[in-house]
Design a protein around this ligand. Structure first.
Ligand code: MN
Length: 232
């Protein structure tokens, strides 16, 4: 192997509950508008033809428990509480009824968003990247193996902001359930171990400020916790 001009970035990894091993994150896919009540709060309609996606770089990921600086270039930094799926088996063009076999485990996640930049991008029909994919813009909890979690559906998903409940729904409220997302995304990419899918946020997203403390929970999973630091 040739010598690297600069050191390679440290791999993005997540702890796995009950295991000494960790999960190396290769890609982060995010589903947009997957809860009808959240789509409605921005005046959008859910697209019932197919889910849509954006991505976040693994180097932009932070682990639960982090203090994350209020990011630059925004005055409207928002929380989005999400349920994340971590794949463990390669799949391509997988059928819905076979898709769940590709899942290794699940985690809680925060899809942090520079909402003002996203609004401007939408208006100008420009990409969402700088509004969604920025440093420490994805916060992930530890992974719980699928065998311990069971089937996603009845579990509650919720977010507390400084102890006050701001987002609450059930995983069964998703427009596109997990098997449908994996099946559809596998028509676009060769999916496999290291691929994380954030499955969208329920209603109740909103701004956070320096000093705020977020605790996101999904029944049966390790929580995701975040403290917002001063603006950079
Ligand atoms: Mn989201």
């Amino acid at each position: 192997m040739t010598q690297l001009q600069f050191p390679a970035p440290a791999p993005a990894t997540l702890p796995i509950r009950g295991s000494a091993k960790s999960y190396a994150v290769a890609r982060i896919f995010c589903v947009g508008r997957n809860y009808a009540d959240h789509a409605a709060e921005f005046g959008n309609q859910v697209d019932r033809d197919a889910p849509f996606y954006f991505t976040k770089c693994p180097v932009h990921m932070a682990r639960s428990g982090a203090t994350v600086p209020y990011p630059p270039a925004t005055a409207n930094y928002h929380h989005e509480m999400e349920f994340a799926v971590a794949l463990g088996t390669p799949v391509f063009r997988v059928a819905e009824d076979a898709a769940m076999a590709a899942v290794f485990g699940y985690a809680t996640a925060l899809d942090m968003t520079r909402r003002d930049l996203q609004a401007r991008a939408k208006e100008a029909r420009k990409p969402w990247d700088i509004s969604k994919d920025f440093e420490k813009g994805a916060i992930l909890g530890a992974i719980t193996p699928a065998t311990e979690f069971g089937k996603p559906g009845p579990q509650a998903i919720s977010l507390l902001l400084n102890g006050e409940p701001v987002q609450r729904a059930h995983l069964s409220d998703m427009v596109w359930p997990v098997p449908a997302i994996i099946a559809h995304l596998s028509t676009l990419y060769h999916l496999g171990p290291g691929d994380l899918i954030l499955t969208g946020t329920p209603a109740g997203v909103g701004p956070v400020r320096p000093g705020d403390r977020l605790v996101g929970e999904v029944d049966g999973l390790a929580p995701v916790e975040l403290t917002v630091g001063p603006q950079e």
